[in-house]
Write a protein that binds this ligand. Structure first.
Ligand SMILES: Cc1cc2nc3c(=O)[nH]c(=O)nc-3n(C[C@H](O)[C@H](O)[C@H](O)COP(=O)(O)OP(=O)(O)OC[C@H]3O[C@@H](n4cnc5c(N)ncnc54)[C@H](O)[C@@H]3O)c2cc1C
Length: 557
């Protein structure tokens, strides 16, 4: 068993917290979304002793609730954010190379209509600039399509007024799994990352920040952690931590909510990802994935609890209207919604601008106590954001007489599971793994699916399958699911059913029938692995039921 897996088990959470409490780390990262994960990886790979604490599950904030695209942002081009487009556009290729098992190229269709926001000329101009700024490789340069070619690619599109389409490449990802793979790599090179560990208070030596009081939200214990530097990467909660530091002043966050709906592929048989105009002049995505189609997103100011954004009736109506005007033959209704999710954009407030106009650029604040906060940004740019933050930490260290750090190495550092010979080697890698999966007792399809999901960690999942026959039979679980569950708990720190069904497998969004079918058996299996009391099991079951209900609630009222 590799170090990554043994050391990143949900059974080890308390031990990790206890051991952290006994030392002073170089860097404490607060927040286990993609921003914090990226910082932990950059810092650990430059030799810093790094700890990360996350108050919910990893990626349970915005980083499991995005549109799940690694994209350069045509939207940013519209806002004339050329630097953002150039940086994030180029990053797409880097993110893909370092983790081809979590990122896949996806050709995107951009239809344009008479009287629409974009015409053939503006689209061609925009896409040409995009190819140049993002240094898109030649095989992925955009193409312009006439109306017939556009409809041939996606026959569900509205025909009235169709003038043609742009065709260009974006990258599809699994945001939560990307976050986990980044963190697993950080852990494999020495970082410690613990979920359900919330920073409650900050600690100071004189005026300088030096630590935090952390509460274990599962075990109940409290731990004093000490650190030379602390980064606040808490996304929608950034201002909350700045308040604890008494440094919330100047620019502040403005949260906007974005909702996505999921439909079964039989009801919404989209062949092709589409980026389309909404009736109110915004743009939305419709994306096929794993036999489902998802659409999104909304963009509305949000003032509720950042931990529980959810789909409301207005969001549902807005997205159904948008889908029905672009794909009119479908006539989608609330009863067709199979699942949904809602996320919060941690944007930097720009007074006077409406939500869709606010820049997605990240900003960094250093408070008088030395607390470094980062907010805004995107999934796509996580690696560059992390590099900038750790460069800043290096400068702060140098100013204090500590050793400066070597340059960032993450550009060519595969994330966990990404040791598959780069994007060019991935297909061959997957084919080469299928035999090992079938030898462990899995069907060839299952083995392939797992090899695609776990990349170079697939052998470990197959080994668990090989030793899980009795466990699976006892709980009445399919072998593949039993192996994934054990991997999630033992090697990916899944501590609750929601961790497994949402952040480890995405199935609450993309396979609701599967969750309904296996949730009881999987709950019993997790209870055995994690030693839950009947009361604990009841609490976890109720939480999962609540999340299942919320995913469709507005659709059913
Ligand atoms: C609807 C929507 C669609 C999007 N689509 C895309 C897209 O397609 N592509 C793209 O590149 N970007 C997209 N984004 C942006 C992207 O998802 C976010 O920029 C990114 O996920 C933010 O990550 P984060 O780590 O900063 O925040 P989060 O993921 O929210 O992580 C912050 C974490 O901090 C934790 N935390 C808070 N307080 C504490 C505390 N006291 N102690 C410990 N932990 C704490 C939280 O629990 C949380 O998990 C989208 C965003 C939204 C909302």
């Amino acid at each position: 068993m590799g170090k990554t897996e043994r050391d990143w088990s949900a059974l080890e959470r308390e031990r990790m917290l206890r051991s952290l409490a006994g030392e002073t780390v170089d860097l404490l990262v607060i927040g286990g979304g993609i921003t914090g994960a990226g910082i932990a990886l950059d810092a650990a790979s430059r030799g810093l002793r790094t700890a990360l604490v996350e108050m919910q599950d990893f990626a349970a904030g915005t980083s499991s609730r995005s549109t799940k695209l690694i994209h350069g942002g045509l939207r940013d081009l519209k806002q004339l954010e050329f630097k953002v487009v150039a940086e994030t556009g180029r990053e797409r290729a880097v993110v893909y190379e370092n983790g081809p098992h979590v990122t896949t190229p996806e050709w995107m269709l951009l239809p344009f209509y008479a009287g629409g926001q974009l015409g053939p000329v503006t689209s061609r101009l925009g896409l040409t600039m995009y190819d140049a700024l993002a240094r898109v490789k030649k095989s992925e340069w955009h193409k312009m399509l006439d109306p017939d070619e556009t409809l041939a690619r996606e026959p569900l599109l509205r025909r009235d007024g169709l003038k043609g389409g742009g065709y260009y490449v974006e990258y599809r990802t699994d945001d939560a799994r990307l976050t986990l793979e980044v963190l697993k790599r950080a852990v494999s090179i020495g970082a410690t990352a613990v979920n359900y560990a919330a920073v409650m208070e900050l600690r100071y030596e004189g005026a300088r920040i030096c630590g935090a009081l952390v509460r274990d939200r599962i075990g109940g214990g409290e731990y004093e952690l000490r650190a030379r530097h602390i980064v606040n990467a808490t996304g929608p909660w950034v201002d909350g931590i700045r308040e604890l530091d008494r440094s919330k002043q100047g620019k502040t966050l403005r949260l906007t909510k974005g909702v996505h709906l999921v439909f079964d592929g039989a009801r919404f048989p989209l062949r092709q990802a589409v980026y389309f105009d909404t009736p109110d002049g915004r743009m939305a995505f419709a994306i096929p994935r794993e036999g489902k189609t998802y659409i999104g997103t909304t963009d509305t100011v949000y003032a509720g609890d950042p931990a529980h954004p959810r789909m409301e009736a207005d969001d549902l109506r807005y997205l159904l209207d948008a889908a029905n005007q672009m794909f009119p033959s479908l006539n989608l209704g609330p009863g067709d919604v199979e699942s949904s999710w809602a996320g919060l954009r941690p944007l930097i407030g720009q007074p006077g601008k409406n939500p869709s106009e606010i820049s997605r650029k990240d900003e960094i604040f250093v408070s008088p106590s030395g607390l470094v906060s980062i907010a805004g940004g995107k999934l796509t740019g996580y690696r560059k954001m992390a590099e900038r933050i750790v460069n800043l930490v290096s400068r702060l260290r140098a100013a204090e007489g500590l050793a400066a750090l070597p340059a960032s190495r993450t550009k060519t550092l595969p994330v966990s599971g990404g040791d598959v010979g780069g994007s060019a080697g991935f297909e061959a890698y997957v084919r080469g793994q299928i035999g090992a999966g079938t030898q462990a007792g899995l069907g060839a399809d299952e083995a392939e699916r797992l090899a695609r999901r776990y990349g170079s960690n697939a052998p470990r999942v197959f080994a668990l399958a090989g030793e899980s026959g009795e466990f699976a039979a006892r709980h009445g679980l399919p072998l593949a699911l039993a192996a994934e569950l054990r991997y999630a708990v033992l090697a990916e720190m899944a501590a609750t059913p929601a961790d497994f069904w949402i952040r480890r497998t995405g199935r609450l969004y993309f396979d609701r029938p599967g969750v309904l079918r296996w949730k009881d058996a999987a709950g019993a299996a997790m209870a055995e692995l994690l030693g839950w009391t009947a009361e604990e099991r009841g609490g976890h079951d109720r939480e999962l039921e609540r999340l299942l209900a919320e995913a469709v609630a507005a659709a059913q009222t």
